[in-house]
Design a protein around this ligand. Structure first.
Ligand code: UDP
Ligand code: MG
Length: 200
């Protein structure tokens, strides 16, 4: 398969919608050259959110370990260092966060879609995510604040982490016929072998 057919899932989380950042976030992906091939606004159920985060059986371990590593780097003390205990708590607050209001779920298509969307979205914690990324530029939340207030980190967007995660997550949020196959005029400039047909 040509790389231009790669697809990935993005969700504008409830805080992104409430901050009126839908247009800004969509604009970032559009400007990169990606194509939106599916979109819906909905309030997800707790079951849907739990399933979404646990589609990858490794998510609990990986996310717990990531949290321990971040705490070590900052010299923070965690109540437990057991990755599964940590993710049990994260999942609880995450469900509360993700079901607190409307979200916008989308599928974006284009070369290296998963990797490039993650690059634009930035790291999990807005406090330490890079300048120029969505999470780095538009919000100021941190592990410390979220943990102090026993809530999820508000970081505006979800983006699939790997190509495999993208595939499973797209299936979880959209029926096959809700994801559209169509051409964008700009794709000939992005992908065609020869830049033909520019001159009159
Ligand atoms: N999260 C949190 N506390 C943590 C780790 C994660 O509230 O200590 C939330 C945060 O909103 C994050 C989501 O859980 O976006 C999923 O975690 P993951 O590690 O998969 O981060 P992501 O892939 O979204 O960067
Ligand atoms: Mg993730």
């Amino acid at each position: 398969m040509h790389p231009k057919f790669e697809r990935t899932l993005v969700i504008i989380k409830p805080d992104g919608v409430q901050r009126s950042l839908i247009g800004e976030i969509i604009g970032r992906f559009e400007k990169l050259g990606l194509k939106m091939v599916a979109a819906k606004m909905c309030v997800p159920t707790a079951e849907h959110v739990e399933k979404h985060y646990t589609l990858d059986p490794e998510w609990r371990r990986i996310t717990g370990e990531k949290r321990v590593k971040a705490a070590k780097e900052k010299g923070e003390k965690l109540a437990t260092e057991d990755p599964f205990e940590i993710t049990a708590k994260i999942l609880e607050v995450l469900i509360k966060y993700m079901t607190s209001g409307p979200v916008v779920a989308m599928v974006w298509q284009g070369a290296h879609a998963t990797e490039l969307v993650r690059k634009i979205v930035g790291g999990t914690e807005p406090r330490s995510s890079d300048v120029g990324t969505i999470r780095g530029d538009y919000v100021l939340d941190s592990y410390v604040m979220a943990d102090t207030d026993s809530r999820a980190i508000r970081n505006l967007v979800h983006a699939s982490g790997t190509a495999k995660e993208s595939e499973a997550e797209i299936k979880h949020w959209f029926k096959d016929d809700e994801v559209l196959d169509y051409k964008l005029v700009q794709e000939s400039i992005l992908y065609d072998v020869n830049l033909d047909g520019i001159f009159e």
